[in-house]
Design a protein around this ligand. Sequence first.
Ligand SMILES: C[S@@+](CC[C@H](N)C(=O)[O-])C[C@H]1O[C@@H](n2cnc3c(N)ncnc32)[C@H](O)[C@@H]1O
Length: 258
Amino acid sequence: MPRREFDDEEVWEKLYAADENQLATGRIERSSTEGEDGEREFERRVLASVKGRDVIDIGCGTGEFTLEIAAAARTVAGIDFSQRAVKKALENLRSTNISNLEFRLSRADKLAYPEERFDLAISRRGPAADTADSIREACRVLKKNGQLMLEEIGERDKQNWAQVFGRGQMYSRTNKVSTELKEKLAREGFRNISVDEFEAIEYFATIQDVLMRLENSPIIPNFDKEFDARHVQEIVKRFTASKGIKTNTHRVLITAVK
Ligand SMILES: C[S@@+](CC[C@H](N)C(=O)[O-])C[C@H]1O[C@@H](n2cnc3c(N)ncnc32)[C@H](O)[C@@H]1O
C-alpha cells in the first residue's frame, strides 16, 4: 500500500526544516481563529485528565504541549519519528527542571514501551489512530481501563484551499473522519468511544502568512512555492475578507477506553 504523505518521516523532516528556517529568519506567522476550533478544548480536557497518571504523547512533535502535561502528570513519555522534532523537544526539556518526562525517537506503530505501561495515551493531530497497527500499539501500552484521547483533523478542514489546489490532506476523503475512527477503534477493542466535532474560521494576515503555513504543515502534499504560485494567488483572490485570508478548520476530539 502506498505510504500516506503525512505518515512519512522524510515529509515531516522537510516540514520541520521549513519551520526552523522560518524561525531562524525571524518570520512569525500572523493568523487568528474565530470560534472554538477544538485545540484549546483538547488541551483543557487532557490537562484535566493527567494528574497523577502515567501518560504517553504519541507524535509529540517539538514537545511544548508534552512539557505542559508533565507539570501535572506522574510520568510522561513523548514519542515522535522526526529526528528534528525530538532534537528540539530535548532542547526544550533541557531548558526546564522537569524530571518526570522523557522524549524518544519512535514510530507510532512500533512503540518502544512494554505492555500496560500507561494510564493515558494522547495524540494531538498525531499518528496514534493513523493505522490499525498504531491503534493496536496504543492499546497495547495502555493499562486495562486506560484512556485514549485524540485530536484529529476533520474531513472539512481547509476545504476551500484544497478545492483550489485540487489536492490536500483531506481532499479525497469521502467518509466522515469521526465515523471511520469510531469503527477503527472499536475493531481494535476500544470501548466507550465518544466524539465531539469543532469547526471554526481561520484568518491569515497576508499571502506571506498563508505561504508560511503551507510550507511548514502537511495541509497540501508536496506544496511547492513556485509550482503552486497560481493556486496561492487564487486563494488570496477568492478568500480575502476584511479580517484576512479566510479558511475553515475542522477538528474531531475522540475519547475511548481500553
Ligand atoms: C501535526 S504534528 C503534531 C505535533 C504535536 N502533537 C503537537 O500538537 O504540536 C504530527 C506529528 O506526528 C509525527 N508523526 C507522524 N506520523 C508518525 C508516526 N507514524 N510515528 C511517529 N510520529 C509520527 C510527526 O513527525 C509530527 O511531529
